[in-house]
Design a protein around this ligand. Structure first.
Ligand code: NAG
Ligand code: NAG
Ligand code: NAG
Ligand code: NAG
Ligand code: NAG
Ligand code: NAG
Ligand code: NAG
Ligand code: NAG
Length: 651
């Protein structure tokens, strides 16, 4: 009993000293270098550390600014100080993260931008986990970017690395939320109060670690959770337990980690506080709808705990009051006699509450982006106030995603999706896409049969021109692109260079020779409209014409802008509409081929053939039926999305 107390005290004491040091460090950050963080190692237990395990710690920090940046910096430095074989991978697009990482010349801190992010820059957890597999490391760890890891980490991992089966451990950071506001009062007392062992499990901030073996963490597919927005750690732990692929246990007692305070929301912009709730709501929806996960089942107190007794690691089930032997591969059973008294003691210190459960019980009802069209446009448009707009219904959602993934790969972020139905809207939110819907969408579109020439197609296309008009009137240039276009490179600078009063459109002409502006050859599935008075007037005429027409909007575009029968044609590739003086410029089909041009889609290597012509985009039109269209695009390799994992394909 005494021995145990000594152990516990030594942990407490070290933790305490370290917190003091870390508090000191908070105020003196710039003068610290990596060596100063060596103090984070707990001497006594960490002597076992000899195996030089390669460990990769993954996290997704916020921008390194303000107090959050300081806390993150502490956290990352504390990780690096654990062992020279710890490497850190930070998922972020933000320049401040890149410059933070560059300050470590050893290359131990990498920044990875090649995963899926939401349009507000939040990384996707499922994509982080998938990407982790590409790093050569014996152990993977995911931890909240503000969690300082103090001690016990390396020695715990060394121990469990030798377990005779694959494992997943979790450790809840301790709650010292009041510390950094109390620099001048008696810190000693505060630490004792706050580092008591009867704290809450903080599922949202848990550290997860697992050995890198073939055995997956869980059965089934990890839903597209947004990282850091609740639920996903819970989900992983629960699914890992129920799949029984791995031994899942609680190492909160042997790994000392903490967060300086609860400041997740402390200094986020208004955007963050009010507008990020939907990320939590989205995650809750996913958590509830995928796998066997139910909120009420998350109960950490029932799981095996790793504890230290008489300088030895033991696995305890406090509920059943039994000690598991820790079976190692070498057949050595580390469990010795005299553990009974330890367990009796442990029981009193392992009453940790799952405080997060009650909050997660309530699954919020509706999933909505809290942005009006106007605010969404201002967030996503580029500096020239240009927006790429696409329109999609649910049966085209995979094609939509492939299109989105392609644009993201080209670093084109100024796009926005108009959802024709509620399913597409919610799906898009969960995929992190800037999406809006409106009262204009026809309510009962059946999309499998909504192809060219049908009534449904006509109704849908009319929606498109009305949305374009609305956005033009809000002062944004619009590049309308159907989802069945594959983008080889960014066409926006070229399209922008035509200037005002020029509507730049793809030609749907199929004959290789001759004019490309013949009647009804304007493809209204890919055009660029500059936001100016004349262009708005011209599109307004198109919309008005389409309303009363029995056809789709495509003929309206041509008949209004180029005149019926092509009376306003100028040369072989232009028209000038006399009332508004708006010019229609038909795009060079070598650069913007339609689906019939040169039979490019029939080429063995569509990509090479197109690029040989100098393609910007190729349209997957001139084919009837959704499935044929889909098949053609997937089999040609001009495809960027994996619907089974809900992730963009890695290049
Ligand atoms: C661990 O690495 C150190 C050098 O960093 C080396 O001296 C030692 O031999 C290594 N231990 C093992 C078990 O490989
Ligand atoms: C942290 O401590 C405060 C006050 O002691 C408590 O209200 C809060 O619920 C704790 N949070 C967690 C996650 O344990
Ligand atoms: C978390 O921080 C906020 C703002 O700093 C504060 O209002 C709140 O009481 C804190 N919560 C806890 C549990 O400490
Ligand atoms: C919060 O962040 C904003 C913008 O990043 C900054 O201007 C402001 O000073 C910060 N406030 C605090 C209290 O850190
Ligand atoms: C979790 O398990 C403990 C011990 O069995 C029990 O007291 C507690 O009520 C459980 N919590 C939930 C939320 O089921
Ligand atoms: C904005 O327009 C200018 C001038 O037309 C062009 O040089 C620049 O590349 C454009 N910027 C973007 C982000 O498209
Ligand atoms: C779709 O809605 C239109 C108008 O609201 C209605 O006339 C039509 O019958 C509906 N079609 C189906 C298949 O429900
Ligand atoms: C179109 O151009 C003609 C001749 O240049 C000019 O007289 C007319 O005012 C212009 N119309 C508009 C709407 O700008």
């Amino acid at each position: 009993m005494k021995v145990f107390h000594v152990e516990l005290w030594s942990i407490w004491l070290s933790g305490f000293v370290l917190i003091l040091l870390s508090l000191y460090a908070t105020q003196r950050l710039p003068s610290l270098n990596n060596d100063d963080y060596r103090i984070f190692k707990l001497k006594k237990i960490d002597v076992l550390y000899s195996r030089n395990l390669s460990i990769t710690i993954f996290s997704a920090p916020k921008p390194f600014m303000d107090s959050i940046g300081t806390r993150q910096s502490h956290a990352v430095r504390s990780w690096l100080a654990l062992s020279p074989f710890v490497n850190v991978v930070l998922y972020s697009h933000h320049p401040s993260v890149a410059s933070f990482a560059n300050a470590f010349d050893s290359g131990r801190v990498l920044v990875d931008t090649d995963i899926d992010f939401s349009f507000l820059g939040s990384p996707f957890f499922h994509s982080m986990i998938a990407k982790s597999r590409s790093f050569p490391s014996e152990i993977f760890v995911i931890v909240d970017p503000e969690t300082v890891i103090l001690s016990g980490f390396i020695s715990t991992l060394n121990h469990v690395y030798e377990l005779d089966r694959d494992w997943l451990l979790f450790a809840s950071p301790q709650n010292v939320s009041h510390l950094d506001n109390t620099k001048n009062v008696k810190i000693q007392e505060k630490v004792q109060q706050n580092l008591q062992w009867n704290y809450c499990y903080n599922a949202e901030r848990m550290l997860l670690a697992w050995n890198n073996k073939d055995m997956p963490l869980h059965n089934g597919v990890l839903p597209p959770f947004v990282y850091g927005k609740g639920t996903h750690n819970n989900w992983i732990i629960h699914e890992a337990i129920s799949s029984e692929f791995r031994f899942v246990f609680d190492a909160s007692w042997t790994i000392t980690s903490f967060r300086m305070n609860n400041a997740t929301f402390e200094n986020s912009s208004a955007l963050d506080i009010e507008n990020r709730n939907w990320e939590y709501i989205g995650n809750s929806h996913l958590g509830a709808n995928y796998g066997s996960f139910f909120y009420s089942e998350a109960n950490y107190s029932n799981l095996p705990k790793l504890l230290i007794c008489k300088n030895k690691y033991i696995m305890v089930d406090t509920k059943k009051n039994i000690v598991y032997p820790i079976r190692h591969r070498g057949g050595v059973n580390l469990l010795k006699e005299n553990t009974k008294h330890c367990i009796d003691n442990q029981k009193s210190v392992t009453e940790m509450l799952d405080c997060s459960v009650k909050d997660q019980m309530k699954i919020p009802e509706s999933l909505e982006l809290p942005f009006s069209l106007e605010s969404l446009l201002s967030i996503t448009a580029d500096r020239n106030k240009t927006i790429v707009l696409t329109v999609s219904g649910y049966s085209y959602k995979d094609m939509l995603m492939s299109w989105v993934c392609r644009l993201r790969k080209l670093s084109i972020e100024n796009f926005i999706v108009y959802a024709l139905d509620q399913e597409t809207y919610q799906f898009s939110i969960l995929q992190g896409i800037p999406v809006f819907k409106g009262p204009i969408a026809p309510s009962n579109i059946s999309f499998d049969n909504c192809h060219f020439g049908t009534k449904c197609f006509q109704r849908v296309t009319k929606v498109k021109s009305r949305i374009v008009l609305k956005i033009l009137k809000l002062g944004y240039n619009v590049l309308l692109s159907d989802v069945d276009t594959y983008w080889f490179r960014n066409p926006i600078p070229l399209l922008h260079s035509f200037g005002p009063m020029v509507l730049v459109a793809q030609s749907d002409e199929y004959q290789e020779q001759g004019p490309i502006n013949l009647p009804r050859r304007l493809n209204s599935g890919f055009y660029y409209a500059h936001s100016d008075y004349q262009t708005i007037a011209a599109i307004e005429k198109v919309v008005k014409h389409a309303e009363t027409s029995g056809l789709s909007e495509q003929p309206s575009f041509y008949d209004i802008l180029c005149g019926e029968g092509g009376t306003y044609r100028v040369g072989n590739s232009k028209c000038v509409e006399p009332e508004t003086n708006v010019t229609v410029h038909f795009l060079d089909r070598n650069l913007f081929p339609n689906g019939a041009y040169q039979n490019l889609w029939q080429e063995k290597n569509v990509k090479a053939a197109c690029l040989n012509n100098g393609c910007y985009i190729i349209h997957n039109n001139w084919i009837s039926g959704r499935l044929k269209k889909l098949t053609r695009q997937v089999s040609s390799g001009l495809w960027e999305y994996d619907p089974s994992t809900r992730m963009c394909l890695q290049s």
